[in-house]
Design a protein around this ligand. Structure first.
Ligand code: ACO
Length: 429
C-alpha cells in the first residue's frame, strides 16, 4: 500500500506519494505537483529538496554517520586505500584483488598528460589560483582526448574515468612545480597513486624525495575522507551541468569551480588563513568567537558548521586524530594546531555554537594535516578536488544511467515588475 500525504489547495485534496529510502528516510514525491495543482515548491538553497534517489553515499547529519556504498567511512579510512575507495564508489562494490590490480595498472597507464598542455600551464599568470587553472585544464582535456567511438560507450566511459582520476593528479602536481619555476616531475609506474603524487610534488633534481609510508597513508586517509558526500554544492553542480548531457570533463570542471568557494571546499584554505590571523594577533581566539556570534558582522568561524551535520562531522574526528599522529611522527610542533584545539574547545562550550548546532567540519583540521605534508596553502582546495573526483564521477554516472533522468531545470517565483512598455531613450527619467 503506497504511503501518501494529503495536500489541500483551494478546498481540493491531493495525495502525494511518500518515498522511503533504504535507511528509512522519507520524502514527499512532488514530481506531479505542478501538473495536478498548478503549484510549485519554493525552497531557496534546496535545504528541504531531494534532487535524486542515489545508492552511493549515505549520511545522517543528526547522528554523524557517513557511509560509502554502505561501508562506514571510519572502516575505509582505517583499512582501505584511496584507489580502492574510488573503485567502490564508482562500481558499487569493493574490487577483488584482480580488479584492483587492473584498475591500478589503468591508472598508471593514463597518468601522463599530453605534452602540448604544458603551454597552457606555463602561460597562466604566476598568481593565478590553482583551482581556476585546474577547472580550465580539466575542461581542456576534452580537446586533447576526444570521444573514442570505436571503443564502445562503456569502455570509453571507463577510460574517461581513469584518465580523469589519473591525469588530474598529474596536472595538479605539474601546476605546482611550474608555479614555482621548477622542473616538472613525471609520474612513475612503480609508485602507488598517493606516493606518485607526493613524488611529483616534492621530488627535485637537487633533493630526491624519500617516500614515507606514514605520509602516504595520511594522504590516503585525507583523500578517502573527501571522496564523496552525497548531494553537496559541487556534486549538485556536476549533476546539474551533466544533466544537459555535456561531456564528463566539462561537468567535472563545473564541480571544481563550485568547490573553489570558501563556503565549500575553499574552507580548508580559509581555516588556515583564520588560524594564522589569530596567531599573528596574539593567539587569543576570543575576539574571533565574538565576531562570529555578532549578527551584524559577516565573519564566520571557518571550518565550523555544516548544512547537513548537526553534530560532530565524522570526518573531522578522523582528521583530528590523524593530525595528532602525523605531527608526532614528523616531530612537528604547529602552533596553529594548539590554536585550533583551544578555538574548538571554547566554541563547543559556547551557548551560541551549541544552540546553532555548530561543530567542526572536515575542513577544520584538514589544513593542518596538509601543512604537515608540505602542501602549500593555495593548493589545499586542489587536494580536496582530487579527493572528490571519485564522488563526482560516480554521481555523474548514476545520474546519466538513471532511467528517470531529466534535464535539471528548476522553476522560480517571479517577483519583478509586471508588464510595462519599452521607453525610447529620450523619454527615460
Ligand atoms: N560561524 C558562525 N555562525 C555560523 C557559522 C559559522 N561558521 N555557520 C553557520 N552559522 C550561523 C549563521 O550565522 C546562522 O545564524 P542565525 O540563524 O542566528 O542567523 C545559522 O548558523 C545558520 O546558518 P546558515 O548559513 O543558514 O546555515 P547553512 O546550513 O546554510 O550553512 C555553512 C552551512 C555554509 C557550511 C556554514 O556553516 C558556514 O558558512 N560555515 C563556515 C564555512 C565552512 O566551514 N564551510 C565548509 C563546509 S564543509 C564542506 O563544504 C566541505
Amino acid at each position: 500500500m503506497q504511503e501518501t500525504a494529503k495536500l489541500i489547495v483551494d478546498g481540493r485534496t491531493f495525495e502525494l506519494p511518500i518515498v522511503r529510502g533504504t535507511e528509512g528516510e522519507k520524502a514527499l514525491d512532488i514530481s506531479r505537483l505542478r501538473n495536478e495543482t498548478g503549484l510549485i515548491s519554493l525552497d531557496p538553497g534546496y535545504a528541504n529538496t531531494g534532487s535524486c534517489e542515489s545508492s552511493i553515499t549515505f549520511m545522517d547529519g543528526e547522528k554523524g554517520i557517513l557511509r560509502y556504498r554502505g561501508i562506514p567511512v571510519e572502516q575505509l579510512a582505517e583499512r582501505s586505500s584511496f584507489v580502492e575507495a574510488a573503485y567502490l564508489l564508482i562500481n558499487g562494490e569493493l574490487p577483488t584483488r584482480q580488479e584492483l590490480n587492473r584498475f591500478s595498472v589503468m591508472l598508471n597507464d593514463h597518468s601522463l598528460v599530453h605534452e602540448d598542455m604544458r603551454a597552457f600551464f606555463e602561460n597562466f599568470p604566476r598568481r593565478a589560483h590553482p583551482m581556476g587553472i585546474l577547472s580550465s585544464m580539466v575542461n581542456a582535456l576534452r580537446a586533447f582526448y576526444p570521444e573514442l567511438p570505436e571503443r564502445g560507450e562503456e569502455e570509453e566511459i571507463n577510460i574517461t574515468f581513469t584518465r580523469l582520476l589519473s591525469k588530474v593528479r598529474t596536472m595538479a602536481a605539474a601546476s605546482y612545480k611550474i608555479s614555482r619555476g621548477h622542473r616538472v616531475v613525471y609520474p612513475r609506474h612503480d609508485l602507488s597513486y598517493c606516493a606518485n603524487f607526493l613524488n611529483m610534488m616534492f621530488d627535485s633534481p637537487v633533493k630526491p624525495y624519500v617516500i614515507d609510508d606514514d605520509i602516504v597513508q595520511a594522504l590516503n586517509v585525507f583523500w578517502i575522507l573527501h571522496a564523496d558526500h552525497e548531494q553537496n554544492c559541487s556534486t549538485a553542480a556536476v549533476r546539474l551541468v551533466g544533466s544537459a548531457r555535456v561531456n564528463l570533463y566539462a561537468a567535472i570542471s563545473a564541480g571544481i569551480c563550485a568547490l573553489w568557494g570558501p563556503l565549500h571546499g575553499g574552507a580548508n584554505q580559509a581555516v588556515i588563513e583564520m588560524l594564522n590571523r589569530i596567531y599573528t594577533e596574539g593567539g587569543d581566539p576570543g575576539p574571533f568567537i565574538l565576531r562570529a556570534k555578532d549578527r551584524k558582522d559577516p565573519f564566520r568561524l571557518m571550518g565550523f558548521g555544516h548544512r547537513v551535520y548537526k553534530t560532530y562531522d565524522p570526518r573531522a574526528k578522523i582528521m583530528k586524530a590523524m593530525c595528532d599522529r602525523i605531527l608526532e611522527k614528523l616531530n612537528l610542533d604547529d602552533p596553529l594546531l594548539d590554536i585550533a584545539k583551544t578555538l574548538e574547545e571554547v566554541a563547543l562550550n559556547d551557548p551560541y555554537f551549541i544552540d546553532h548546532n555548530l561543530y567542526p567540519n572536515v575542513d577544520f583540521y584538514s589544513g593542518i594535516v596538509l601543512r604537515a605534508l608540505g602542501i602549500p596553502l593555495n593548493m589545499f582546495t586542489v587536494m580536496f578536488a582530487i579527493g572528490r573526483l571519485p564522488g563526482w564521477i560516480s554521481q555523474w554516472k548514476e545520474s546519466v544511467d538513471d532511467p528517470k533522468w531529466k534535464l535539471h531545470r528548476p522553476r522560480q517565483i517571479y517577483v519583478g515588475p509586471r508588464e510595462r512598455d519599452y521607453a525610447p531613450i529620450g523619454e527615460r527619467k
